[in-house]
Design a protein around this ligand. Structure first.
Ligand code: BMA
Length: 322
């Protein structure tokens, strides 16, 4: 067995459905905003009827004593935002270099999933919606915190060539509502690979000395059951179109009981991470029911992605990738 750089918090799961003051099916896949003296999560809460809303939770230490907002920050806003009819899901918050808190989330409705973007105010009490910014089907979007040549860049997950895989897009000028110049960044693997059925961006990119670290999810079906695991890739610091490394092996998989048994068993799914003292605090949804935390040293994650780098071992040029 490979050593796993991530260590689960001893008090996992950190947040369960029973912690909330109203009935719900699950609380999972949170976005993360690290304020230093406080950790803010934007929780996805699936209500009893099945529709998800996004609600703020705050903790002084990022582990316990969570306080939940009285009202959702984002919930389906009809009739103005019809693409949200069936829910607001899987948010990713990025602190942009201009100081704004931007959130990309899935607006889910009868036409499928679209990527929606909103700006959150500094108190995390209100949002300004920019609306859906892609056509369906597209989800799993995460913004880089910096501009590249004057444009923002967003990871997103359209379904192309029949495969759900990770693309990038550039903003038109610096407009967060208009996206252009798309390209395929990370394809799904094929055949028996752990990330062969679908992949998507996880936490927003984390800047390291070797480039942008991506923690992404990959799913594989076995005996009719989809297992969601997490993998690592590195993107060039100056060119978000260029993958420097991608670990062949997954780095984190569902094994704890709260990950294997829940609303959707065998799922770990991250939408946000904080970096504290060179350590990545990865918050994740476990089995679409709980919020959990695992931590890893950045240096161990970089060592992992380079050690198991499939690009280097097999190489695009040998025609082994689609
Ligand atoms: C994906 C998303 C996630 C979910 C995962 C596992 O397609 O919808 O919200 O956690 O499936 O069910």
């Amino acid at each position: 067995m490979l050593a796993c750089p991530f260590k689960r918090a001893k008090t996992n799961p950190l947040i369960t459905p029973d912690d909330l003051p109203f009935e719900n099916n699950g609380v999972f896949n949170p976005a993360v905003a690290d304020l230093g003296d406080e950790m803010v999560l934007l929780l996805r809460i699936e209500r009893r009827e099945g529709i998800s809303e996004l609600r703020i939770a705050r903790s002084p230490n990022g582990v316990d004593n969570w306080e939940f907002a009285d009202e959702p920050l984002l919930s389906p806003d009809l009739p103005d935002y019809p693409f949200e009819e069936w829910g607001c899901e899987d948010p990713r918050i990025t602190r942009l270099e201009n100081g704004q808190w931007a959130v990309a989330y899935t607006a889910y409705g009868r036409y499928g999933a679209t990527v929606a973007v909103a700006i959150i105010d500094d108190s995390f009490e209100s949002v300004e919606r920019l609306g859906s910014v892609t056509m369906p089907p597209n989800k799993n979007a995460a913004l880089y915190p910096v501009k590249f040549d004057g444009r923002w860049v967003m990871l997103n997950r359209p379904e192309t060539g029949g495969r759900p895989q990770i693309w990038y897009a550039y903003s038109h000028e610096d407009n967060l509502a208009e996206w252009t110049l798309p390209g395929l960044l990370i394809p799904t693997h094929l055949g028996p690979w752990w990330d062969s059925t679908r992949i998507g961006a996880g936490a927003p990119p984390i800047l390291t000395e070797d480039g942008w670290l991506l923690i992404y999810h990959g799913a594989k079906a076995a005996a009719g059951v989809l297992t969601y695991r997490l993998g690592l890739a590195l993107v060039d610091r100056d060119d978000p179109r260029k993958v420097l490394a991608r670990a062949s092996d997954w780095v984190f998989a569902p094994v704890a009981p709260y990950e294997t048994d829940g609303v959707a068993g065998n799922v770990v799914f991250t939408c946000g991470a904080a970096v504290r003292d060179d350590e990545v605090w990865m918050y994740y949804g476990a089995s679409d029911m709980y919020v959990a935390l695992a931590r890893a040293d950045i240096k161990d994650l970089l060592e992992f992605v380079w050690k198991y780098n499939y690009l280097e071992e097999a190489g695009r040029d040998k025609g082994m990738r689609d």
